[in-house]
Ligand binder design. Structure first.
Ligand SMILES: [Zn+2]
Length: 453
């Protein structure tokens, strides 16, 4: 099958599986319910949580011995009392206990993967229903940003749009089923940004969904070129969005940035409303914020979430490395969803290729996303166009894994970087105790950042 036909077919399948009438109907329901009184939302959440705990007892050996929830009991209190907080290392080490079917994925369970940016990569088995729900939550959030179903949008994220070797435009593909222009983030540079801005305008896109670092690059170019493109919203996610990036994007593209917070484990989802608050979606998951000792706190603590829609492999009180705190009071937007403030804990440095073009952290994760036999990785820039891919191998690591890492890097990240693979016994934490997955160690980068157009 020629490339274009294959890509069209994959767009159609994606459209039918995800943005189907079921997802659209669910999204409409979410929007209708989002301004209900908190008590009504919480009752709904409690019902879904009860179902999730029941599924976990039936499917996952780790929870089989926990007594069933008594009739009329408070499910939130029951959860805190009987279910331990867990995190990634336990799931990796005790696969038979935390996964269904002895850890063997059935063909009809979609596979989710974490990037491995905070340690080892992790697999999640998903239900088809939870994939459709995921799309509904995204559609609800885009609705907050002003997007309506059927409007064209542009995407500048991790999608594999075209071969990295291609050196001339078009650096984009039109998905006619989803009405989205997929722009190749891997081809974004000062030299290509102008043609990308033209293409986004020609497609009639009103909303851009992008990695913050990519949207920032595009916005800088728009300003430099005095490009006329104006959008209704830029939706960002997957990396922290820094104030200077937000300001540049809003100024250059004439619209607000709507950022969202989520993760591959899908235990929490928060999206910014038109007033800038991050609202945690109570229909998506049940979230606690816990201190080092596992007690609830009003200060910054770990985000601990329980899934409500994945009945293949529920995650119960799953702790992630991100930190947040509750924001008191109601938001002017009228939605009753609780608000959180995220700690900018996940600070990643900016790395550059040999031409001085910044490479997005979201793109760099593709180097390691689908690799096996690796305990930990870190990507460092050590000189002009020189990077080190640091790997802590596990006992099964072989030359083939090294070869795969190199191929992934060349294929998904960049051909304009001299990348060396370096095997290590361990990768030390920062002085602050945090693990920095992407680290800039070349002194010249400072001048590059300062002189960037
Ligand atoms: Zn709000």
């Amino acid at each position: 099958m020629p490339f274009n036909a294959a890509q069209n077919l994959s767009f159609l399948i994606r459209h039918l599986v995800r943005r189907n009438p079921a997802a659209l109907a669910r999204a409409r329901g979410l929007v209708e319910r989002e301004r209900r009184p908190w008590e009504a939302l919480q009752a709904e959440q409690a019902a879904r949580l009860r179902l999730t705990l029941q599924t976990a007892r039936q499917r996952l050996p780790r929870y089989a011995d926990i007594p069933p929830l008594p009739e009329g009991a408070d499910v939130f209190a029951w959860l805190r009392q009987h279910y331990p907080v867990v995190s990634k290392p336990e799931l990796v080490a005790q696969r038979a206990a935390f996964y269904p079917n002895q850890g063997r994925r059935r063909a009809w369970w979609p596979l989710g993967k974490t990037s491995g940016s905070s340690g080892a990569p992790l697999e999640i088995f998903r239900s088809v229903q939870s994939v459709i729900w995921e799309e509904a939550f995204q559609l609800q959030f885009w609705h907050w940003a002003g997007h309506r179903n059927g409007q064209a949008q542009a995407i500048l994220r991790g999608d594999q749009v075209m071969d990295i070797q291609i050196q001339r435009p078009p650096y984009w593909v039109w998905d006619r089923f989803g009405r989205q222009l997929l722009v190749s983030t891997r081809h974004l540079s000062a030299g290509t940004a102008g043609s990308m801005l033209d293409a986004i305008g020609a497609a009639g896109a009103r909303q851009l969904r992008a990695y913050p670092s990519s949207a920032h690059e595009l916005a800088k170019a728009a300003e430099r070129l005095a490009h006329p493109l104006r959008l209704t919203a830029v939706v960002t996610g997957s990396e922290p969005v820094y104030p200077a990036q937000r300001e540049q994007i809003e100024r250059s593209l004439g619209c607000k940035v709507f950022d969202f917070y989520g993760m591959a484990e899908r235990v929490a989802f928060a999206g910014q409303c038109e007033h800038g608050s991050y609202h945690l979606n109570p229909e998506y998951s049940y979230v606690e914020i816990l201190d080092e000792q596992g007690a609830a706190t009003d200060d910054f603590g770990y985000v601990v979430g329980t899934t409500l829609h994945n009945h293949v492999m529920p995650l119960i009180r799953y702790r992630i490395a991100d930190r947040a705190r509750w924001v008191a009071g109601d938001c002017a937007c009228g939605r009753r969803y609780p608000r959180i403030e995220l700690s900018s804990g996940k600070v990643e440095d900016q790395l550059y290729d040999r031409e001085g073009t910044p490479i997005s952290a979201g793109i760099i994760t593709f180097a390691v996303k689908y690799l096996a036999n690796i305990k930990k990785t870190q990507v460092a820039q050590t000189g002009p166009g020189q990077w080190e891919l640091r790997v802590v191998p596990d006992v099964h690591y072989t030359q083939a894994d090294e070869q795969a890492l190199r191929e992934h890097f060349d294929h998904y990240v960049s051909l304009k970087v001299d990348a060396k693979i370096r095997l290590m016994d361990d990768i030390p934490l920062q002085a602050s105790g945090k693990f920095k997955w992407i680290t800039q160690e070349w002194a010249g980068a400072k001048t590059l950042a300062a002189s960037a157009p």
